[in-house]
Ligand binder design. Structure first.
Ligand code: ATP
Ligand code: BTN
Length: 327
């Protein structure tokens, strides 16, 4: 059974209250057995846990704030050039947009998913997802820039995301070159920019952002590095729809500024969020490990590594940055 078909029932249960099987069956014009089958199918989805209590009915272990078009759009500036799609489930929001972005209006086409079944990080690594409690967002934007100039876009996006998280009460978060959002030394989110087009432009960028808001341990067991979520750091719950709207508004601004002003406009602020500046680090190139002191970014967004007193730039392609003490 596809999540799309189960969505009406889930919407009913989202409040976290008990709903009797009988009333649900009447509401949806189904038998109680059919409702039970849908509940079982929903319980298969990572992040969804529905309890069944005799005499009381069904309820979600924890209420879910489902994505809401009106509440997200309310955070966007009036007349914002954005077409927004909300998806209960998709393999990857980046892939969905690549397949669906309208070539005529492909600036400002965004999608958000409650769940991704095949979320991706860099180089095809798996991005671990759970239903209804995190952010999986992609924005398609066409730049009148050469492909090579888009290399620094994920850095600009990092700054934009970090600002918005701060506005939502998060403190002490930072950025790890080239595309990670960190909090207390653990990974909180990531950015995946995928560009296509003519070498000399225009180029279409699909900008993907994943942020853990409340990621349950069971789903996160598959993450092979320290991770965290916003709920662990904040005393008040985040309004997911407001955060989505603010992230999108920030990204629209960022795309316009990146087009007009380039990466240099963002580099100063990036430095303020940089978690490893001046520290002993390691660069990983496949099985090769290069230790050195991390001296920040060059003006093209490359990483500056100091080894034996000499500095050299490295570009994101096949290189990963790790803190000197990391495993
Ligand atoms: P790099 O420095 O090369 O970017 P990375 O380990 O951060 O290295 P990415 O491709 O950026 O790799 O991100 C994917 C990695 O992020 C996964 O291999 C996993 O370790 C981690 N990860 C996957 N899902 C999550 C998640 N929901 N929250 C935090 N971290 C995750
Ligand atoms: C990373 O850390 O390498 C980047 C992770 C990016 C995850 C987001 S979730 C929305 C979008 N869709 C994907 O499949 N990936 C990005």
């Amino acid at each position: 059974m596809r999540l799309q078909e189960l969505y009406p029932l889930l919407r009913c249960l989202a409040d976290g209250e008990f709903h009797s099987g009988q009333i649900l069956a009447e509401t949806f014009g189904l038998t109680r057995a059919a409702i039970w089958k849908q509940i079982q199918a929903l319980n298969e989805v990572p992040g969804i846990h529905i309890q069944s209590v005799r005499g009381r009915g069904y309820r979600l272990q924890q209420a879910i704030q489902l994505l809401d078009h009106g509440r997200i759009s309310a955070r966007l500036p009036e007349g914002a050039p954005l077409r927004l799609e909300l998806l209960p489930e998709t393999a990857s929001t980046n892939d969905w947009l690549r397949q669906h972005a309208d070539p005529e209006v492909n600036s400002g086409h965004a999608c958000l998913a409650e769940y991704q079944s095949a979320g991706r990080g860099r180089r095809g690594r798996h991005w671990v997802c759970a239903f209804g409690s995190n952010i999986y967002l992609s924005l398609a934007w066409r730049f009148d820039l050469a492909m090579a100039d888009l290399a620094g876009l994920s850095l600009a996006v990092g700054v934009s995301v970090a600002r918005v998280l701060e506005a939502h009460g998060l403190q002490g978060h930072g950025l790890k070159w080239p595309n990670d959002i960190y909090l207390d030394g653990k990974k909180l989110g990531g950015i995946l920019v995928e560009a296509s087009g003519e070498m000399q432009g225009p180029a279409l960028a699909i900008i993907g952002v994943g942020i853990n808001l409340r990621l349950e341990q069971a789903a996160a067991a598959a993450i092979d590095q320290p991770w965290t979520d916003m709920a662990s750091a904040l005393t008040r719950p985040v309004d997911r729809n407001h955060l989505c709207g603010d992230l999108l508004a920030g990204l629209l601004d960022t795309c316009t500024q990146f087009q007009n002003l380039g990466l240099s406009h963002f580099l100063h602020e990036w430095k303020a969020y940089d978690i490893y500046l001046g520290q002993q680090v390691e660069l990983r190139l496949g099985s090769q490990v290069i230790p050195g002191i991390y001296r920040g970014l060059d003006d093209r967004g490359g990483l500056l590594l100091e080894t034996s007193g000499e500095q050299r730039s490295w570009y994101a392609g096949e290189v990963s940055l790790r803190g000197g003490a990391d495993q």
